[in-house]
Design a protein around this ligand. Sequence first.
Ligand SMILES: NC(=O)c1ccc[n+]([C@@H]2O[C@H](COP(=O)([O-])OP(=O)(O)OC[C@H]3O[C@@H](n4cnc5c(N)ncnc54)[C@H](OP(=O)(O)O)[C@@H]3O)[C@@H](O)[C@H]2O)c1
Length: 242
Amino acid sequence: MTDRAAIVTGASSGIGLAVARMLATEGHAVTLVARRREKLEAAYEALRADGLAVQRVAADVGDEDDVVRAVSAHRDAYGRLDVLVNNAGLGIAAPIGELNTKRMDIQLNTNLRSIPLFYRESVAMLTAAGAEHGNALVVNTASIAGKQGQAWLSIYSATKFGIVGFTEAMNKELGGLGIKSTALCPAWVDTPMTDFVKRRVPPEAMIQTSDIVASVRMLLSLSPGCVVPEIVFQAPTGGALT
Ligand SMILES: NC(=O)c1ccc[n+]([C@@H]2O[C@H](COP(=O)([O-])OP(=O)(O)OC[C@H]3O[C@@H](n4cnc5c(N)ncnc54)[C@H](OP(=O)(O)O)[C@@H]3O)[C@@H](O)[C@H]2O)c1
Protein backbone atom coordinates (compact mmCIF):
# COMPACT_ATOMS: atom_id res chain seq x y z
CA MET A 1 0.00 0.00 0.00
CA THR A 2 1.17 3.55 -0.74
CA ASP A 3 2.31 5.75 2.23
CA ARG A 4 0.02 8.67 1.33
CA ALA A 5 -2.91 9.01 -1.05
CA ALA A 6 -5.19 11.80 -2.23
CA ILE A 7 -8.32 12.45 -4.28
CA VAL A 8 -8.56 15.73 -6.19
CA THR A 9 -11.77 16.72 -7.97
CA GLY A 10 -11.67 19.18 -10.84
CA ALA A 11 -8.16 17.84 -11.41
CA SER A 12 -8.06 18.28 -15.18
CA SER A 13 -7.51 22.05 -15.12
CA GLY A 14 -6.53 25.15 -13.15
CA ILE A 15 -6.37 24.93 -9.36
CA GLY A 16 -7.15 21.21 -9.16
CA LEU A 17 -4.47 20.21 -11.66
CA ALA A 18 -1.84 22.36 -9.89
CA VAL A 19 -2.71 20.93 -6.46
CA ALA A 20 -2.80 17.36 -7.82
CA ARG A 21 0.65 17.82 -9.35
CA MET A 22 2.06 19.11 -6.05
CA LEU A 23 0.50 16.27 -4.03
CA ALA A 24 1.80 13.64 -6.46
CA THR A 25 5.25 15.26 -6.55
CA GLU A 26 5.34 15.20 -2.75
CA GLY A 27 4.64 11.49 -2.56
CA HIS A 28 0.88 11.02 -2.73
CA ALA A 29 -0.75 8.52 -5.03
CA VAL A 30 -3.50 10.67 -6.52
CA THR A 31 -6.90 9.90 -8.03
CA LEU A 32 -7.74 12.64 -10.53
CA VAL A 33 -11.48 13.26 -10.93
CA ALA A 34 -13.09 15.44 -13.60
CA ARG A 35 -16.01 15.28 -15.96
CA ARG A 36 -14.75 15.66 -19.55
CA ARG A 37 -12.71 12.60 -20.53
CA GLU A 38 -10.44 14.26 -23.09
CA LYS A 39 -9.23 17.02 -20.77
CA LEU A 40 -8.82 14.56 -17.92
CA GLU A 41 -6.83 12.20 -20.15
CA ALA A 42 -4.48 15.04 -21.16
CA ALA A 43 -3.86 15.97 -17.51
CA TYR A 44 -3.36 12.31 -16.57
CA GLU A 45 -0.88 11.74 -19.41
CA ALA A 46 1.10 14.88 -18.50
CA LEU A 47 1.46 13.78 -14.86
CA ARG A 48 2.30 10.20 -15.83
CA ALA A 49 4.94 11.47 -18.25
CA ASP A 50 6.63 13.09 -15.26
CA GLY A 51 6.70 9.74 -13.47
CA LEU A 52 3.96 10.59 -10.97
CA ALA A 53 1.66 7.98 -9.38
CA VAL A 54 -1.82 8.96 -10.55
CA GLN A 55 -4.98 7.36 -11.83
CA ARG A 56 -7.99 9.07 -13.40
CA VAL A 57 -11.71 8.60 -12.97
CA ALA A 58 -14.05 10.45 -15.31
CA ALA A 59 -17.02 11.39 -13.13
CA ASP A 60 -19.61 14.11 -12.73
CA VAL A 61 -19.39 15.12 -9.06
CA GLY A 62 -22.99 16.28 -9.27
CA ASP A 63 -24.07 12.68 -9.74
CA GLU A 64 -24.24 10.59 -6.56
CA ASP A 65 -23.45 7.30 -8.32
CA ASP A 66 -20.38 8.88 -9.93
CA VAL A 67 -19.14 10.11 -6.52
CA VAL A 68 -19.54 6.61 -5.06
CA ARG A 69 -17.74 5.12 -8.07
CA ALA A 70 -14.85 7.62 -7.88
CA VAL A 71 -14.16 7.03 -4.18
CA SER A 72 -14.51 3.29 -4.64
CA ALA A 73 -11.98 3.33 -7.52
CA HIS A 74 -9.59 5.24 -5.28
CA ARG A 75 -10.06 2.75 -2.41
CA ASP A 76 -9.49 -0.19 -4.75
CA ALA A 77 -6.31 1.31 -6.19
CA TYR A 78 -4.65 2.81 -3.13
CA GLY A 79 -6.45 1.53 -0.02
CA ARG A 80 -6.10 4.73 1.99
CA LEU A 81 -6.95 8.45 1.86
CA ASP A 82 -4.89 11.18 3.54
CA VAL A 83 -5.98 14.22 1.52
CA LEU A 84 -9.33 14.94 -0.12
CA VAL A 85 -9.54 18.05 -2.29
CA ASN A 86 -13.14 18.95 -3.14
CA ASN A 87 -12.38 21.46 -5.85
CA ALA A 88 -14.65 20.84 -8.86
CA GLY A 89 -16.88 23.82 -9.44
CA LEU A 90 -18.39 26.27 -11.87
CA GLY A 91 -20.21 29.58 -11.89
CA ILE A 92 -23.02 30.67 -14.20
CA ALA A 93 -23.86 34.37 -14.02
CA ALA A 94 -27.47 35.58 -14.35
CA PRO A 95 -29.68 38.35 -12.96
CA ILE A 96 -32.12 36.89 -10.43
CA GLY A 97 -35.11 37.77 -12.62
CA GLU A 98 -33.70 35.47 -15.31
CA LEU A 99 -32.88 32.57 -13.02
CA ASN A 100 -32.82 29.29 -14.93
CA THR A 101 -33.66 26.32 -12.70
CA LYS A 102 -31.45 23.87 -14.59
CA ARG A 103 -28.42 26.16 -14.37
CA MET A 104 -29.11 26.76 -10.68
CA ASP A 105 -29.26 23.00 -10.02
CA ILE A 106 -26.00 22.38 -11.90
CA GLN A 107 -24.23 24.88 -9.63
CA LEU A 108 -25.85 23.58 -6.43
CA ASN A 109 -25.08 19.95 -7.31
CA THR A 110 -21.54 20.47 -8.59
CA ASN A 111 -20.27 23.04 -6.12
CA LEU A 112 -22.11 22.13 -2.92
CA ARG A 113 -24.06 18.85 -2.89
CA SER A 114 -21.02 16.91 -4.12
CA ILE A 115 -18.97 17.81 -1.04
CA PRO A 116 -21.03 16.05 1.67
CA LEU A 117 -21.25 13.04 -0.66
CA PHE A 118 -17.46 12.88 -0.97
CA TYR A 119 -17.11 13.18 2.83
CA ARG A 120 -19.65 10.40 3.39
CA GLU A 121 -17.92 8.04 1.00
CA SER A 122 -14.43 8.92 2.27
CA VAL A 123 -14.89 9.27 6.01
CA ALA A 124 -13.82 5.71 6.89
CA MET A 125 -10.52 6.09 5.03
CA LEU A 126 -9.98 9.60 6.42
CA THR A 127 -10.66 8.33 9.94
CA ALA A 128 -8.02 5.62 9.50
CA ALA A 129 -5.50 8.23 8.29
CA GLY A 130 -6.42 10.58 11.15
CA ALA A 131 -5.88 7.79 13.68
CA GLU A 132 -2.51 7.00 12.11
CA HIS A 133 -0.99 10.49 11.93
CA GLY A 134 -3.55 13.04 13.18
CA ASN A 135 -3.35 15.02 9.95
CA ALA A 136 -5.97 13.82 7.50
CA LEU A 137 -6.80 16.90 5.44
CA VAL A 138 -9.89 17.91 3.46
CA VAL A 139 -9.55 21.04 1.34
CA ASN A 140 -12.80 22.50 0.03
CA THR A 141 -12.43 25.13 -2.69
CA ALA A 142 -14.94 27.89 -1.89
CA SER A 143 -14.34 31.43 -3.16
CA ILE A 144 -14.21 35.04 -2.06
CA ALA A 145 -17.83 34.84 -3.28
CA GLY A 146 -18.37 32.61 -0.24
CA LYS A 147 -17.36 35.51 2.04
CA GLN A 148 -19.00 38.42 0.16
CA GLY A 149 -22.19 37.87 -1.84
CA GLN A 150 -21.67 38.78 -5.50
CA ALA A 151 -24.30 40.43 -7.72
CA TRP A 152 -25.33 38.28 -10.74
CA LEU A 153 -23.43 35.37 -9.19
CA SER A 154 -25.95 34.87 -6.42
CA ILE A 155 -26.32 31.09 -6.79
CA TYR A 156 -22.57 30.64 -7.10
CA SER A 157 -22.17 32.81 -3.96
CA ALA A 158 -24.76 30.74 -2.11
CA THR A 159 -22.93 27.51 -2.94
CA LYS A 160 -19.62 28.96 -1.80
CA PHE A 161 -21.09 30.35 1.47
CA GLY A 162 -22.51 26.85 1.94
CA ILE A 163 -19.05 25.33 1.56
CA VAL A 164 -17.61 27.66 4.21
CA GLY A 165 -20.37 26.72 6.67
CA PHE A 166 -20.17 23.03 5.90
CA THR A 167 -16.40 23.10 6.38
CA GLU A 168 -16.87 24.68 9.83
CA ALA A 169 -19.38 21.96 10.74
CA MET A 170 -16.98 19.23 9.57
CA ASN A 171 -14.23 20.56 11.82
CA LYS A 172 -16.58 20.40 14.81
CA GLU A 173 -17.74 16.90 13.83
CA LEU A 174 -14.50 15.29 12.65
CA GLY A 175 -11.69 17.39 14.16
CA GLY A 176 -11.44 15.05 17.15
CA LEU A 177 -10.67 12.20 14.76
CA GLY A 178 -7.62 13.93 13.31
CA ILE A 179 -9.55 15.01 10.20
CA LYS A 180 -9.00 18.71 9.46
CA SER A 181 -11.05 20.69 6.96
CA THR A 182 -10.13 23.98 5.31
CA ALA A 183 -12.19 26.18 2.98
CA LEU A 184 -10.13 28.09 0.41
CA CYS A 185 -11.68 31.46 -0.50
CA PRO A 186 -9.81 33.07 -3.39
CA ALA A 187 -10.67 36.10 -5.51
CA TRP A 188 -9.78 35.87 -9.24
CA VAL A 189 -7.27 33.11 -9.89
CA ASP A 190 -5.46 32.85 -13.24
CA THR A 191 -7.11 29.69 -14.59
CA PRO A 192 -9.30 28.90 -17.63
CA MET A 193 -12.32 29.81 -15.47
CA THR A 194 -11.32 33.48 -15.55
CA ASP A 195 -10.46 33.65 -19.29
CA PHE A 196 -13.62 35.70 -19.87
CA VAL A 197 -12.35 38.55 -17.68
CA LYS A 198 -8.69 38.63 -18.73
CA ARG A 199 -9.11 41.57 -21.11
CA ARG A 200 -10.16 43.65 -18.11
CA VAL A 201 -8.02 42.05 -15.37
CA PRO A 202 -4.59 40.92 -16.62
CA PRO A 203 -3.78 37.35 -15.58
CA GLU A 204 -0.51 38.44 -13.96
CA ALA A 205 -2.53 40.70 -11.61
CA MET A 206 -4.60 37.73 -10.46
CA ILE A 207 -3.88 35.21 -7.72
CA GLN A 208 -1.76 32.38 -9.16
CA THR A 209 -2.40 28.66 -8.83
CA SER A 210 1.05 28.54 -7.20
CA ASP A 211 -0.43 30.62 -4.33
CA ILE A 212 -3.15 28.03 -3.80
CA VAL A 213 -0.59 25.23 -4.00
CA ALA A 214 1.57 27.02 -1.39
CA SER A 215 -1.42 27.20 0.96
CA VAL A 216 -2.15 23.47 0.66
CA ARG A 217 1.52 22.68 1.26
CA MET A 218 1.35 24.84 4.40
CA LEU A 219 -1.80 23.03 5.59
CA LEU A 220 -0.04 19.68 5.18
CA SER A 221 2.86 20.88 7.32
CA LEU A 222 0.77 21.85 10.36
CA SER A 223 1.04 19.96 13.62
CA PRO A 224 -1.91 17.75 14.66
CA GLY A 225 -3.10 20.37 17.18
CA CYS A 226 -3.58 23.13 14.62
CA VAL A 227 -6.47 23.59 12.17
CA VAL A 228 -6.87 26.50 9.73
CA PRO A 229 -10.63 26.57 8.97
CA GLU A 230 -10.45 28.96 6.05
CA ILE A 231 -8.00 30.97 3.99
CA VAL A 232 -9.03 34.13 2.13
CA PHE A 233 -6.90 35.13 -0.87
CA GLN A 234 -7.57 38.62 -2.14
CA ALA A 235 -6.09 41.25 -4.43
CA PRO A 236 -3.75 43.66 -2.59
CA THR A 237 -6.38 46.42 -2.81
CA GLY A 238 -9.24 44.43 -1.34
CA GLY A 239 -11.40 41.39 -1.43
CA ALA A 240 -13.84 42.14 -4.27
CA LEU A 241 -13.77 39.93 -7.33
CA THR A 242 -12.61 42.79 -9.55
N1 LIG B 1 -10.48 30.81 -11.00
C1 LIG B 1 -11.01 31.60 -10.07
O1 LIG B 1 -10.95 32.83 -10.16
C2 LIG B 1 -11.65 31.01 -8.85
C3 LIG B 1 -11.88 31.86 -7.75
C4 LIG B 1 -12.50 31.33 -6.62
C5 LIG B 1 -12.86 30.00 -6.57
N2 LIG B 1 -12.63 29.20 -7.67
C6 LIG B 1 -13.05 27.80 -7.58
O2 LIG B 1 -11.95 26.99 -7.83
C7 LIG B 1 -12.40 25.72 -8.31
C8 LIG B 1 -11.57 25.33 -9.50
O3 LIG B 1 -11.74 26.29 -10.51
P1 LIG B 1 -10.61 26.68 -11.58
O4 LIG B 1 -10.46 28.14 -11.53
O5 LIG B 1 -9.43 25.81 -11.42
O6 LIG B 1 -11.45 26.35 -12.91
P2 LIG B 1 -11.20 25.43 -14.17
O7 LIG B 1 -9.80 25.58 -14.66
O8 LIG B 1 -12.33 25.72 -15.07
O9 LIG B 1 -11.35 23.94 -13.58
C9 LIG B 1 -12.57 23.45 -13.14
C10 LIG B 1 -12.42 21.96 -12.91
O10 LIG B 1 -13.63 21.45 -12.34
C11 LIG B 1 -14.08 20.36 -13.13
N3 LIG B 1 -15.53 20.22 -13.08
C12 LIG B 1 -16.47 21.14 -13.30
N4 LIG B 1 -17.69 20.61 -13.16
C13 LIG B 1 -17.51 19.31 -12.82
C14 LIG B 1 -18.38 18.23 -12.52
N5 LIG B 1 -19.71 18.37 -12.53
N6 LIG B 1 -17.83 17.03 -12.22
C15 LIG B 1 -16.50 16.86 -12.21
N7 LIG B 1 -15.62 17.84 -12.47
C16 LIG B 1 -16.13 19.05 -12.78
C17 LIG B 1 -13.58 20.69 -14.54
O11 LIG B 1 -13.58 19.52 -15.34
P3 LIG B 1 -14.51 19.43 -16.67
O12 LIG B 1 -14.03 20.52 -17.56
O13 LIG B 1 -14.26 18.06 -17.14
O14 LIG B 1 -15.91 19.67 -16.20
C18 LIG B 1 -12.19 21.20 -14.21
O15 LIG B 1 -11.31 20.11 -13.99
C19 LIG B 1 -13.90 25.89 -8.57
O16 LIG B 1 -14.62 25.33 -7.50
C20 LIG B 1 -14.09 27.39 -8.59
O17 LIG B 1 -15.39 27.77 -8.21
C21 LIG B 1 -12.03 29.67 -8.80
